[in-house]
Design a protein around this ligand. Structure first.
Ligand SMILES: *[C@@H]1O[C@H](CO)[C@@H](O)[C@H](O)[C@H]1NC(C)=O
Length: 223
């Protein structure tokens, strides 16, 4: 009896200790599960602060590319181009220059194909003619002016931009501001274009009109 009584006592104490350990773990586990949702609450708040591509005022629908083009400001700040949230040309990327800055993008994939900066004040306009003459079909063409896009402008280049859907290339001149998005096989005029003539009466800067910004959603070319 004594031995079995001792065994019962040991078993009882063991059971108490086991229960205490279990309850302690169980309670701290519960504390963790209470804490976890509180921690998870932070995640939806962060995803609510989603920025639109290129900082557009509202997001583009599916099968549209977001873009934003800014011309240069006078001869001081270079132009910039954003396409599908990627800054493809800008002073920070150090790939813009005075004159005309042109980027070619695959209209189906949105992949950037080529970029070029063409000095239209003292450069040779034949480089821009060659660049524009080699554009493959279904290519989007983004253009931003900086300082002077007009001095070396010629009829051949005006015609090439006209064929890409430009309404203003025909009157582009010395120190005008111009931003444009066109396409190789555009049948109509592009809706994506802004133009400001250099006019001493209305110029924002001394010698230059205000910089221009153009943003929007351009439909992806689907076959
Ligand atoms: C554009 O992308 C499509 C799909 O990948 C491809 O078939 C076409 O050749 C590309 N065009 C150019 C000019 O890269």
């Amino acid at each position: 009896m004594r031995v079995s009584g001792l065994i019962r006592l040991v078993a009882f104490v063991f059971a108490l200790v086991a229960m205490w350990l279990f309850l302690r773990n169980y309670i701290s586990f519960n504390r963790n599960t209470i804490r976890l949702p509180r921690w998870l609450e932070l995640v939806p708040k962060e995803t609510l602060v989603l920025k639109t591509k290129c900082g557009l005022s509202k997001p583009c629908p599916a099968n549209f590319f977001a873009f934003k083009i800014s011309s240069g400001a006078a001869n001081v700040v270079g132009p910039s181009m954003c396409f599908e949230n990627e800054i493809i040309m800008s002073p920070v990327r150090n790939n813009v220059g005075r004159g005309l800055n042109v980027a070619l993008v695959n209209g189906t994939t949105g992949q950037v194909l080529r970029k070029g900066s063409f000095d239209m004040y003292s450069g040779d306009p034949k480089h821009l003619v060659e660049f524009l003459a080699e554009i493959p079909d279904s290519t989007l063409v983004l253009v931003a002016s900086y300082d002077d896009p007009g001095t070396k402008m010629n009829e051949e280049i005006r015609k090439l931009f006209f064929n890409l859907g430009s309404s203003y290339a025909k009157e582009l001149g010395f120190r005008d501001s111009w931003v444009f998005l066109g396409a190789k096989d555009l049948k109509n005029k592009s809706p994506f274009e802004q133009f400001l003539k250099n006019n001493p009466e209305t110029n924002k800067y001394e010698g230059w009109p205000e910089l221009l910004e153009l943003e929007g959603c351009v439909p992806r070319k689907v076959y």
